[in-house]
Design a protein around this ligand. Sequence first.
Ligand SMILES: [Ca+2]
Length: 363
Amino acid sequence: MRGALLGLALLAGVAVTAPAPRAASGARLTPVILDTDIGPDVDDAGTVALLHALADRGEAQILAMANCTSSEWGAPCLDALNTYYRRPNIPVGTFKGQGFLANPQEHEKYNRAVAERFPNSLKSGRSAPDAAVVYREVLSAQPDRSVTFCAVGPLNNLQRLLDSRPDAFSALSGAELVARKVKQLYVMGGRYPEGKEWNFEQDPAAAARVMRDWPTPVCLSGFEIGVRVHTGARLASEAPAESPLRAAYALYIGAGKERESWDQTAALAAVRGPFVHWSASAPGTVSVDPKTGANRWRPAAGGRHRYLIERDSIPRVKQTIEELMLQAPASPPHRGLFARTTSIARALRPGPHRHSALGLARR
Ligand SMILES: [Ca+2]
């Protein structure tokens, strides 16, 4: 099956470079870096859980994560999820500049609670290193053309990586380092073949720059792919009370309710490739208006950009994503690890719908 998919990928012109490391099962292991705006929406938390599940299944290796908002709670929220999933040592960076959200406090419906109430070693984004520095350090230690980047928020961190200068980790510029070490980029962003979507609109200049200059093949999961895949309702009844993922969904949308799965689709395709659950467009070029974030894909021979196209039924994609989000961490919790979570577990008993003034119109 893998061979057939590889052949399909080759025929379709998808980048196939140096073989990835093999998991114990013999399957290809996708080394992945996740860039996320965790906080303004909750599918980012679902995506972190999904990546850990894929790592526990021997399909992915999580190299690093970074938060791309200005919220001080994004990085510790990521660290808390990583700690719950038994990978507390994943490097976590954060955007250090003034970000795209005018008032980050309005977008902290769950990331602050998870950061404050679930074990993690960062406590605040102020203790997290700069995302571009984390990316440079991690990339410099990887085999050439091996790393899969997955970006599920605005692209300001990726823009800063491209703009980064030689440092103690690498004599290469950011763009050179990406060209050397990265195999491919998956992005949740835009609509296809054209339209407008929240991630590109938040930092249109960054989206335009990354789409224009990112030197590897890019596969995009547009708004239309995740919008019909609703997940998260089962967490309230099937995930343990000490799960920070369950807490995140309950705080964001209300226990037992569902949310669109924009970001999970990009991460699932990043790890498994575009053709396992979807198909992909022909090669082309995505252009983004640097003022409005509106995007357009045009076919182009030798183009680096493809977008996902629905193939599997919506219920089937939903089930795949939900099973991964509900997958328990691979080993039992460390004794005492959840001592501080009892108050949030109590707070998260099913109750009135909790979503606040932010509402549900993310995009
Ligand atoms: Ca996101």
